[in-house]
Design a protein around this ligand. Structure first.
Ligand SMILES: *Cc1c(COP(=O)(O)O)cnc(C)c1O
Length: 489
């Protein structure tokens, strides 16, 4: 049991607590140093799962015992996105520096809703860095949020207020006679529709514009749909373009969409969840051309930026719209000019959350300690690895590429009869083998093995392991051998 000093939760024996703390730090550094020797992922045995079904117990665990529970039942059964062989979905790998910064932030226990404090200044510093990265004007504002789902929602809400005025905050959408419609590509992330739903506009009011053969929004179809909606008496107000689509990594034609948005006076939002940070990579950044014209950009530091979860960002060209959307004037205009209540506007005036964590610290540490250039190199490197994987697929008659490789995502499959089922089985076998963890997606009705190379730790060796194991499992499927014997290969 942890002995605490009377009436507080602090330890009575600080030296003993310090020793245990050092042990916990060492264990996590060991974990990160030796990640590669572990399986990417392993299924959780039922008896381990059962340990999470206990009633709340009145007898406290010791800190040492709680740490043992973590080491034995939690750490080995995480999703594995820190591991270089993890290529499923679009997950960042995290870093040891980010981990240490999280510890500092937790110790400080800052609440970033507002007040006159250095943590808020640090978040403002980050905002300025982001603003200059995307070449936004000084009127711009922004906020760290949980992730791009939240950032997309904020984008929709700010665009709504910019169009309808602050009255909409009292009357709701129903108070306006206008029927708002928004546009995104057919391959856009589900959180765009989610944002329309949560904002009360409704996902039916989101037009999904068809994509071309590169999985980019078809701008001719976009222009036609906007024109038809206007003709029908609807009010087009918002376009969400994607920079780095989650399924294949496509970048919509941002400059052409910016053009159209300007002409039609629509809010131009970019969902750059993972792709926007390619602005840090000199060889990839030119492909984002047009993003600097956006009214708002949503992106994540926790994907390509490698900041530990969670850290998303919303950048808004004209921060006045953001204040109009979220600030309660009664509260923020009455703040002090001195003392702890100075320094308005506060972060809570720019988004829906009042209490907020110190996400800025791990983000600032990551950018400062590694430097933007090195982070950009990681992004370039994952794209180069995707090209390497693409070449391996093209050189092997058993494998087939299913989508163009624009950035760091490669969609392919093993050629065989009943390919949808076999490739789904191959992906499960890969995951269960612990060798690699890709995911699946469906492209034009065909199931693809999807390798999203996001992790800074991934190397050609990990790509080779993925390809070799895929070929092995494919062969087993063709000779009707069960792939569950996978562990033996
Ligand atoms: C990951 C992703 C999202 C959602 O971001 P979260 O940080 O998971 O909320 C939205 N759009 C795209 C294109 C993504 O890749």
């Amino acid at each position: 049991m942890l002995n605490t000093s009377e009436n507080t939760l602090d330890p009575s024996d600080w030296p003993a607590f310090r020793l245990q703390g050092h042990q916990m730090l060492d264990d996590m550094l060991d974990y990160l140093e030796h990640l590669r020797e572990q399986p990417v992922w392993q299924p959780m045995p039922q008896d381990v799962r059962n340990t999470f079904r206990q009633a709340l117990d009145n007898t406290p665990l010791g800190l040492t015992e709680a740490h043992e529970v973590f080491m034995e039942t939690i750490l080995p059964y995480a999703a594995g996105n820190a591991h270089p062989g993890f290529m499923g979905w679009v997950h960042g790998g995290g870093t040891p520096v980010g981990m240490l910064a999280e510890m500092l932030a937790a110790g400080l226990n800052a609440n970033l809703g507002g007040r006159d404090q250095a943590p808020v200044e640090l978040e403002r510093q980050l905002m300025q860095w982001v603003r200059t990265l995307f070449d936004f004007p000084e009127t711009a504002g922004g906020l760290l949020v949980s992730g791009t789902s939240m950032a997309n929602l904020i984008g929709v809400l700010v665009a709504r207020t910019a169009l309808l005025g602050t009255n909409v905050r009292r009357t709701g959408i129903a108070g306006s006679k206008q029927k708002l419609v928004a546009y995104t590509s057919a391959s856009a992330h589900i959180s765009i529709a989610g944002a329309m739903d949560i904002a009360g506009i409704g996902s039916d009011a989101l037009r999904r514009i068809q994509a071309n053969e590169h999985y980019q929004m078809d701008t001719t179809a976009l222009a036609e749909t906007v024109a038809a909606d206007k003709k029908a008496g609807l009010t087009p107000f918002f376009i969400a373009a994607t920079a780095g689509s989650a399924d294949v990594g496509a970048i919509d034609p941002l400059a052409a969409i910016a053009e159209l948005a300007e002409r039609e006076k629509l809010w131009f939002h970019v969902d750059g969840a993972y792709g926007a940070l390619a602005i840090l990579a000199p060889d990839i950044a030119p492909r984002l051309q047009g993003i600097e014209r956006a009214d708002s950009i949503a992106f994540d530091f926790h994907k390509w930026g490698q900041v530990p979860y969670d850290a998303g960002f919303i950048l808004v060209r004209d921060s006045a719209h953001q204040l109009d959307t979220f600030a309660s004037p009664a509260a923020y205009l009455m703040r002090e000019t001195r003392g702890l209540a100075a320094g308005s506007p506060w972060p809570c005036d720019l988004g829906p959350e009042l209490s907020r964590s110190f996400r800025a610290l791990k983000t600032w540490f990551t950018i400062s300690v590694y430097g933007p250039e090195k982070l950009g190199q990681v992004i370039s490197n994952t794209c180069a690895l995707a090209q390497y994987l693409k070449r391996r697929i093209e050189c092997d008659p058993h494998l087939e590429l299913l989508a163009p490789v624009a950035l760091n995502i490669v969609c392919f499959r093993y050629r065989c009869r009943d390919a949808d089922r076999v490739n789904a089985d191959i992906v499960i076998a890969l995951q269960e083998s612990g060798i690699a963890a890709p995911s699946t997606t469906t492209l034009q009705g065909r199931l693809a093995i999807r390798a999203a190379i996001v992790n800074h730790r991934t190397t050609e060796r990990d790509i080779d392991a993925l390809v070799d194991a895929t070929l092995n499992f494919g062969e087993m499927a063709e000779s009707n051998k069960p792939m569950s014997q996978a562990q033996e290969i």
